[in-house]
Write a protein that binds this ligand. Structure first.
Ligand SMILES: Cc1cc2nc3c(=O)[nH]c(=O)nc-3n(C[C@H](O)[C@H](O)[C@H](O)COP(=O)(O)OP(=O)(O)OC[C@H]3O[C@@H](n4cnc5c(N)ncnc54)[C@H](O)[C@@H]3O)c2cc1C
Length: 369
């Protein structure tokens, strides 16, 4: 029997398992294909400021707490995992193309300043000086120096190694149910008919966390995202570029030498895994509008995965609806960003029974019983 069984070996489950093992707990992770969920699709933006929606201040604060932890976290994972995670600290540039966009950038900048956030308005010339490959049609920009990015897949690989070296046991099997005894979570049932018994169970199944047999349902739903990977980008972009083109959001994230990620659609289509012609068309069309040189690049991968969405776009952390069950899920658009803080607060709860203050606004009881 383990102290802790973690259901799901994506970025959230693995990082939590690793941190818990570092606290001296025995930990088992159960996942039939670790790292193939949303974590495989993520663009890797660590973007609390440019992702923040109006009236999402609590989530913004959690994101800021996490982005602050990122440099030390990345160094720690790289040391323990033995491979780089591709943290880029070049910042994020948001650009606008017409008067409406520029008005929106001005409003966004005012809101960010009101919250005391670090963001700088740029003229079109300043925006293009920073990113010379931008279309000359750019009318204005907003530079958020503290919004970074990381290579999500490299991070997952390093975390897997770090966790296993720290003693985390990986069971490659599908979780079929939560095992409950006397009203308390006591382990996980698996597809091979076995049980992983544990003192505490951590639910980290990403978009699949909403309905696990044996557990009361949780407000987590799949939010589909299609995303593209291109090769041959060289130094086309210095940092992340975001824009709204014909009302659609697009972002371009350079990573791993000559690679570039173009993302992403946002669709409520359940667990639909298809990459559609329209999705790829819209992403490429919008990306080429922003950086025309993208049309020369090689399209090397298209992928659709599901963000673990919640009603308020914020994660579910802390005690679950049953004794013995802890939640680390519902990270929606920000799971990579929130990996360090989630792992830290969840490991603290597992080791001491106390949920750190920063996570308290994100317990599941905010949605009622
Ligand atoms: C297109 C796209 C772009 C994104 N871009 C960003 C970004 O730039 N920045 C950012 O911060 N976030 C981004 N996200 C969000 C981020 O990817 C997620 O919030 C994060 O990966 C969630 O991690 P997770 O470990 O909770 O879930 P997942 O990575 O989905 O991991 C869940 C794991 O559970 C396993 N699993 C599921 N069901 C079972 C079962 N029954 N039994 C056993 N195992 C099971 C899966 O195999 C998987 O490994 C993006 C998401 C998408 C889809």
């Amino acid at each position: 029997m383990s102290d802790v069984a973690v259901a799901g070996g994506g970025l959230i489950g693995l990082s939590t398992a690793w941190r818990a093992a570092q606290r001296g707990l025995s930990v088992t992770v159960v996942d039939d294909s670790p790292g193939t969920g949303a974590s495989a699709a993520a663009a890797g933006m660590l973007a609390p400021v440019t992702e923040a929606g109006y009236r999402e201040e609590a989530l913004l604060r959690l994101g800021l707490a996490s982005v602050e932890r990122w440099p030390a976290f990345a160094a720690d994972v790289e040391r323990a995992g033995g491979t780089p995670v591709g943290l880029r600290t070049a910042g994020t540039l948001v650009v606008g193309f017409d008067e409406d966009d520029v008005r929106e950038l001005t409003a966004l900048h005012a809101y960010q300043r009101e919250l005391g956030l670090d963001a700088e308005r740029l003229t079109p010339r300043e925006a293009r000086r920073r990113e010379p490959s931008l279309t000359p049609r750019v009318r204005g920009g907003l530079l958020v120096a503290g919004d970074h990015s990381v290579d999500g897949r490299a991070l997952h690989a390093a975390l897997l190694r770090a966790a296993q070296d720290a003693g985390v046991r990986l069971v490659r099997d599908r979780v079929t149910a939560l095992r409950v005894d006397g009203g308390r979570a006591v382990g996980l049932e698996t597809a091979d008919g076995g049980t992983v018994a544990a003192g505490t169970v951590v639910l980290a199944l990403g978009a699949h966390s909403g309905a696990l047999p044996g557990m009361p349902p949780l407000p987590v739903r799949p939010v589909k995202g299609q995303i593209l990977r291109l090769a041959g980008a060289g130094d086309l972009l210095e940092g992340t570029v975001r824009a709204v083109v014909r009302g659609r959001q697009v972002y371009l994230v350079p990573y791993a030498g000559d690679r570039l990620i173009v993302g992403a659609t946002t669709e409520d289509r359940g667990f639909d895994p298809t990459v559609t012609a329209g999705g790829v068309h819209d992403l490429l069309h919008d990306a080429i509008d922003v950086v025309p040189g993208i049309s020369e690049l090689e399209l090397v991968e298209t992928l659709a995965r599901w963000r673990p969405g919640t009603p308020d776009n914020a994660p579910l952390l802390g005690p679950g609806p049953l004794p013995g069950l802890v939640l680390a899920t519902g990270h929606h658009r920000n799971g990579v960003l929130l990996t360090p803080v989630t792992a830290e607060v969840t490991a603290e709860l597992l080791a001491t029974g106390v949920l750190p203050e920063v996570a308290v606004p994100f317990t599941a009881d905010r949605f009622g019983r």
